[in-house]
Design a protein. Structure first.
Length: 120
């Protein structure tokens, strides 16, 4: 499934509502695991979301890239941190990771994440 980030963010809530209605046990089970494991612990929630974003990119899961990019941004990740994550993915995977960097850039644009302008 190939979707641009803007379309994903517009359609995802409805798709997740349909999942919850059609497969409530799966939704509850996954949701419970997610909430328990992604909260602050030895790693911060942001650290965990950055890792999840990298895994989403490495496994070429567009929905994962979009979802975890959004969560990273909500937790305060900067554009530079997100780009660093992409760099690690490319370093570990080479070309297969490289071709998914545009998905992250698309997500950042849809989420309004801009480059920081130096003060001066």
């Amino acid at each position: 499934m190939t979707t641009d980030a803007k379309t994903h963010y517009e359609q995802w809530p409805e798709k997740m509502a349909e999942l919850k209605n059609s497969a409530p046990d799966i939704a509850r089970g996954f949701g419970s695991m997610f909430q328990r494991l992604m909260c602050d612990g030895a790693l911060s929630s942001l650290d965990k979301e950055l890792i999840a974003l990298a895994i989403g990119m490495a496994t070429r899961c567009e929905a994962c890239i979009y979802a975890h990019a959004e969560k990273c941004v909500k937790l305060g990740a900067t554009r530079e941190q997100l780009i660093d994550v992409a760099g690690v993915v490319v370093m570990m995977q080479g070309g297969p990771g490289y071709v998914y960097v545009p998905k992250l850039l698309d997500a950042m644009e849809a989420l309004g994440v801009r480059a920081e302008v130096p003060a001066g």
